[in-house]
Design a protein around this ligand. Structure first.
Ligand SMILES: Cc1ncc(COP(=O)(O)O)c(C=O)c1O
Length: 417
């Protein structure tokens, strides 16, 4: 085994971009959360064990037996056409009506975000996100040296009055935002959903200020309660249809291991994205795409969504109840109607990065809030709790443990006052 070299001999050779690929001080702590003895609220991991393994085996066998000439070969950089047809059916369930030529397949949602940043962002360009926002997106935008402006969210999602003020301010300085990135349903990390009124307003603002909306929607189909809200993409399609780039992923509808996502966009944008795919991965795994095509050709896939919803619904309820039962006064949290995440706010004097260290010692992990903010120094007393991964029993125990640590920290703080 090679010895770990800590001195970076090649430091003088790296691109400037590498310096913008942010590292995380909490990564080491969080890497521990993969240990089975740790109750992990950190990663948004779907419950892949709920998939029917016999069925998956049957699909894989069929593909190898009857279709290996296609499934083991390269495919077009824009994606495997029959999978596009299936994904169009999936999107129809969310009110989105497109054709195969309107979309490309990517190696997951993260790849989609990276490609979009690659084709839109020059160093120093301004992009707008929710604040807090999905760290994977923030990191990707930062790696292309974007100047990220965060717009605060409340229970109805991005606050559009603040967005409007910001866009006005930018226009006065002759700065155009390259895009507005929004996770419209059960956002990662806040769990909130953008209201219909605000979806319309964001669209109106994007048109007025001639910028594009990146609507990222991995969780929209995982709704436990309430009525679904039309996607911004659907609202845009009723008009000229040029203002929204829609992206999603199979990571939460099937499994992240297949690494499949997709982008719906006007053709000139797709053309550039395909060039981006050609210069990075050539094409997305044909086998994965072929497999996903088989999976979504079997009507039983919809039963699995029902199963996923039931599992996550129970886990969300357990986490909400446990937070209510154990967390001390002064703590607040979001109440998502779907998705994977609850956003926790503790009293302002507490630092969740320090609480994480104690929590991991007590075999519980979560993600401190600061990494989800585009601005430095925000969210120090906040945290993202994923309820998707652990059983209800472990969620109850994990929240109780976390609450005991929080109570202890509050006691300590008050003893010094
Ligand atoms: C909002 C959002 N976008 C994109 C992704 C990336 O997903 P994928 O696994 O498809 O790369 C995630 C993953 O958690 C996410 O929460």
């Amino acid at each position: 085994m090679s010895k770990k070299i800590t001195f970076d001999y090649w430091d003088h050779l790296y691109s400037n971009r590498t310096g913008h690929m942010v590292s995380s001080e909490i990564r080491d702590l969080l890497s521990l959360s993969a240990r089975p003895d740790i109750i992990s609220f950190s990663g948004g991991y779907p419950e892949v064990r709920a998939l029917n393994s016999e069925r998956l085996e049957r699909y894989a066998r069929k593909i190898i037996k009857t279709d290996s000439e296609i499934s083991l070969q390269y495919c077009g950089s824009d994606g495997y056409y029959p999978l596009k047809t299936k994904l169009i059916e999936v999107m129809k369930l969310e009110g989105i009506d497109v054709v195969e030529e309107d979309m490309i397949i990517t190696a997951g949602g993260q790849h989609a975000l990276d490609l979009l940043a690659k084709i839109f962002v020059n160093p120093g360009d301004t992009v707008i996100t929710e604040s807090p926002s999905y760290t994977g997106a923030l990191n990707s935008f930062k790696s292309y040296e974007a100047n990220i402006i965060g717009i605060p969210v409340d229970d109805d999602g991005m606050i559009t009055s603040i967005l409007e003020e910001k866009l006005k301010e930018l226009a006065k300085k002759k700065i155009k935002a390259k895009f507005i990135y929004i996770v419209s349903n059960f956002s990662n990390p806040s769990g909130v959903t953008l209201s219909l009124e605000r979806r319309k307003k964001v669209l109106e603002l994007a048109k007025e200020y001639k910028t594009v909306i990146l609507e990222d929607n991995p969780y929209g189909m995982l709704r436990f309660e309430g009525k679904s809200v039309p996607t911004i993409k659907e609202l845009d399609s009723k008009d000229d249809g040029h203002n929204v780039i829609y992206l999603s992923t199979l990571s939460k509808l099937l499994a992240p291991g297949f690494r499949i996502g997709w982008i719906v966009a006007p053709y000139p944008i797709l053309e550039k994205l395909v060039l981006g795919i050609q210069s990075s991965v050539l094409c997305v795994s044909t086998f994965s795409q072929r497999f996903a095509c088989e999976y979504f050709s079997d009507p039983l896939w919809r039963d699995n969504i029902v199963k996923f919803i039931d599992i996550y619904h129970k886990r969300r309820d357990t986490m909400l109840n446990a937070l209510e039962n154990y967390l001390p006064p002064g703590s607040e949290w979001s109440r998502p109607k779907g998705g994977f995440f609850i956003w926790l706010k503790l009293p302002e004097y507490l630092d969740t990065r320090k609480i994480l260290a104690d929590a991991v010692r007590n075999k519980v992990a979560f993600v401190p809030g600061s990494g989800f903010y585009p601005e430095n120094g925000r969210g120090l007393n906040e945290a993202r709790l994923a309820f998707s991964t652990e059983s209800t029993e472990r969620i109850e125990l994990g929240i109780k443990t976390l609450a005991d640590i929080v109570k202890e920290k509050i006691k300590l703080y008050k003893s010094f006052k």
